[in-house]
Ligand binder design. Sequence first.
Ligand SMILES: [Zn+2]
Length: 249
Amino acid sequence: MENVRRDLILMVRLQRIYDRISELLVEQRTPPEEIRELHEENMRRKQELEAMEDQIEQLRSEAEEVRAKETESRAELEHFQKQKATVTNEREFTAVINEIDFATKAVEEAVARRKEIEETVAGLEQEIEERRQSRPEEEASHQQVVQQWEDKKHELTETIHELAHEARAIEESLQPANRSRFLRLLKSRQGKAISVVIDGSCSLCHFELRPHVQQRVRRAEEIITCEHCHRILVLPNLEELFPDDAAAG
Ligand SMILES: [Zn+2]
């Protein structure tokens, strides 16, 4: 009987340790707002850089087409300029002059567009370079934030290990049947093997206990489980009610 009460007290302590471990795991998975913002900012920067690189690629392929057009128009221009020397009448002369004007305009347009593209590409390349040089995650203030979070995570891991160690020690001092019962419940009941009885009900599933069950929980002489959620039931102040058992545990 006393062994049961002692085990109940140990299980309450064990549950407290597992609750703390779950809290710490959540904390570890939740980076601070600054870190999340930094991460988002980096993602955004990366996407913007990629968009600019895509734009450069498109402009370069357009520049190639423009250059081809320029070469073609220059060849035409040369051809009509040669032809101008061999015209025999006014009508032919006018026609050749028109062709020359047309080809000249085409060359000028191609050159203008090519220059425009080259300037845009140069501007984009400079922009990319500047952005690459100012990487926010490498800036001192950010680096500090990142380092602090890394340290914090490391610290949390250490604490979790210590708590797990503590839990193992308590588990070892439980009677084997109670230990496996507790661990089974912990696993199948979302990390909650123990439920406290409040106002005559199981505080986790809110099932109302029959008076004689409440009575048995109060005595803490046997392991009583909730009829609905099957968790082990205890009174909230178990350790205070049985200080001798608490001290022995
Ligand atoms: Zn319950």
